[in-house]
Ligand binder design. Structure first.
Ligand SMILES: [Zn+2]
Ligand SMILES: [Zn+2]
Length: 417
């Protein structure tokens, strides 16, 4: 038997309504905040991620699905959404359209060759928002409020927002020096990866999940103490704007995010009850220039949909049920033609209807309709058809009523509303 590849999951017909619930909430959110969807291909030239994600990150070093195509081009399945949006933005000249800021969202599968023990999927799905062309702290706050709104629409319990600033290149140069000085003596007790990061990008050492590294970085200097005047001002404005929006936050100095292109604001939403980060984002003013565009301020976030479903309110998720017909016609086999035409008539009136497809007995059809959970079963037998009527059984209350075919649409519509 051919099986699904490791680290991937099917969304089955019985489960897809939960995904639609998320997608409907995304669409409502997009309307409210005037975001428009951008769709980019599943694969890109590998170069995009080397430049747009950064070659010191785990994603690029270990987790990308990279292969040569038949013309020997290096192709990579997208490991995240932002670099792809940035590439499309530049390539399509959206930066010269004179309508800044450009407010976009995406929903996309992303691919990472994760260690199977980690329990994380190799294909998972991300919802993300990207706003390009505004350097204002107001835009950072708006992106944060969109993420918060999304988490609220899924009724995620006990979510906390953590914010930080990792400064501009100038701030980081000074900070990296201070961090290196602090770490130099403890380097021997740290993991091999952090030893590598020490030279290339010491900031990322703060992101290390190894206990021995966490122990060392616990009392490391804080980047917030090394911000230049402009970066400090931006961070203060962000906090002020969040206050205006009544959004609660906690400043947390060790959020640095795993990606190299972040500048200034970084943030995370954590579902505290389960200790899971459900959304991460920030500002990345350097990204567009880094992949060949004009310098363009940019801010955004990514949110894993599988994780969102995991932490969303269970009752809300369970309320998203599969499509079942409102009325199911159960004919004696000799009245099958009538059942087909009645089904068509109701569908034409916009009512979800179905009938037997596989020649079941009347009893078996009733059983099947019960299993599906339909609200009404329309029984077609000799007595009914003699009177141009159908026996409608309301499965919710167990009552059966004879309804004239001419009144049928009206009857169902009234009952449903
Ligand atoms: Zn700065
Ligand atoms: Zn480490």
């Amino acid at each position: 038997m051919i099986k699904i590849p490791k680290g991937t999951k099917d969304v089955l017909p019985s489960n897809s309504a939960k995904w639609h619930l998320v997608e409907e909430n995304i669409k409502k959110l997009a309307k409210k905040y005037a975001l428009n969807e951008i769709r980019t291909p599943i694969f890109e030239h590998t170069e995009l991620f080397l430049r747009g994600v950064g070659d010191t990150t785990d994603i690029v070093n270990k987790e990308m699905y990279t292969f040569l195509d038949k013309a020997d081009r290096s192709i990579t399945l997208k490991p995240e959404g932002t670099a792809c949006v940035a590439r499309s933005f530049i390539e399509n000249g959206l930066d010269s359209a004179g309508v800044m800021p450009v407010k976009m969202y995406y929903e996309t599968p992303v691919f990472r060759y994760e260690n199977p023990q980690s329990g994380r999927l190799r294909e998972h799905h991300q919802f993300g928002v990207e706003i390009y062309g505004s350097a204002s702290a107001y835009t950072d706050a708006e992106v944060i409020s969109i993420a918060k709104d999304m988490l609220e629409s899924m009724q995620v319990a006990n979510v906390k927002l953590y914010i930080n600033s990792i400064g501009c290149a100038d701030c980081r140069k000074k900070y990296n020096e201070a961090l290196r000085t602090y770490l130099a003596n403890s380097l021997d007790s740290m993991c091999p990866q952090c030893k590598e990061r020490f030279d290339k990008n010491p900031l990322r050492i703060l992101d290390c999940k190894e206990d021995k590294c966490k122990l060392v970085t616990k009392s490391a200097p804080r980047i917030l103490d090394y911000l230049c005047g402009d970066c400090k001002d931006h961070f203060d404005k962000l906090k002020h704007t969040l206050d205006l929006m009544n959004i609660l936050y906690t400043v947390k100095a060790d959020i640095v995010r795993g990606l190299d292109y972040y500048t200034g604001t970084v943030f995370e939403f954590v579902a505290e009850d389960v200790g899971l980060t459900v959304c991460g984002g920030g500002r990345y003013n350097g990204l567009l220039e880094q992949i060949g565009g004009k310098p363009t301020p940019a801010v955004g976030f990514g949110m894993g949909i599988e994780r969102l479903l995991q932490v969303a309110n269970a009752d809300l998720i369970d309320s998203a049920t599969p499509n079942v017909p409102t009325i199911y016609f159960a004919p004696m086999q000799e009245y099958y033609d009538k059942a087909i035409s009645l089904t068509a008539m109701l569908r034409e009136a916009g009512i979800s209807a179905d009938t037997d497809h596989i020649g079941r007995s009347l009893k078996a059809q009733m059983k099947y309709a019960g299993k599906l959970g339909v609200r009404f079963v329309g029984i077609l037998g000799e007595d009914e058809l003699k009177q141009d009527a159908v026996s409608i059984k309301d499965m919710q209350i167990g009552e059966t009523q004879l309804v004239k075919i001419a009144d049928l649409i009206n009857y169902i519509e009234k009952k449903v509303n």
